[in-house]
Design a binder for this molecule. Structure first.
Ligand code: AKG
Ligand code: FE2
Length: 199
């Protein structure tokens, strides 16, 4: 496993701890995981309620967990499936780098450039304070944006590549929002796995 054949990059973000590992998985491993997860995941499309209106979520999702605890956000409550062999394998590798034992994985499937994830922080109370969130990207490269909650001049952006890991920890979720914007480009699907600890 060529874990660090490109060195990790720490993003310049005050009030945050964000590290990007461009090639956490080599190309072949990343292709393999994409294919399996694309096929075997019971992808679902939930409705979300934003300011009293109901919309289909602009992506498909699935939740896996080892403690049976549901995860709720944007008025959705998801019940976890048992971790698969593939997800356990990925989880074990991510845990070595994140130095955290995760209970839960939220999977997102962005079918094309019209799927997206709007501005939010992963700050639900069941994640506790200063949560460690480890985010794996597989498939099409997508843009990812951060903006500070209080200082409008503080922004960061990066590209999330096939096989990469983005680690967000410390006070990041307290002070920053993140989003995965739509793109007008014709692009292939992308799978994201965010590993979390649900207490
Ligand atoms: O798809 C991504 O990279 C981000 C996903 C995300 O922010 C989330 O599920 O909370
Ligand atoms: Fe998030």
């Amino acid at each position: 496993m060529e874990l660090f054949d490109i060195p990790p990059q720490t993003l310049e973000m005050p009030d945050a701890e964000v590290v990007y590992f461009p090639r956490f998985f080599a190309e072949k491993a990343a292709n393999h995981y994409f294919d399996i997860l694309f096929e075997e995941t019971p992808w679902q499309q939930d409705d979300i309620r934003v300011f009293g209106k109901v919309y289909p979520q602009p992506r498909l999702t699935a939740l896996y967990g080892n403690n049976g605890k549901p995860y709720s956000y944007s008025n959705i409550t998801m019940q976890p499936e048992r971790f698969t062999e593939t997800l356990n394998e990925i989880k074990a590798l991510v845990e070595q780098v994140a130095q955290t034992s995760f209970t839960t994985a939220l999977l997102n499937l962005y079918r094309d450039g019209t799927d997206s994830n709007g501005w939010h922080a992963d700050d639900e109370k069941e994640l506790g304070t200063d949560p460690v969130i480890a985010s794996i990207s597989l498939g099409a490269t997508r843009r990812f944006h951060f903006k500070h909650k209080h200082d409008k001049d503080l922004k960061q952006k990066l590209l999330l590549d096939h096989g990469s890991l983005l680690l967000m920890k410390g006070p990041t979720q307290h002070h920053w929002l993140h989003q995965l914007p739509k793109t007008a480009k014709k692009i292939d699907p992308r799978i994201n796995i965010t590993f979390r600890v649900i207490k």
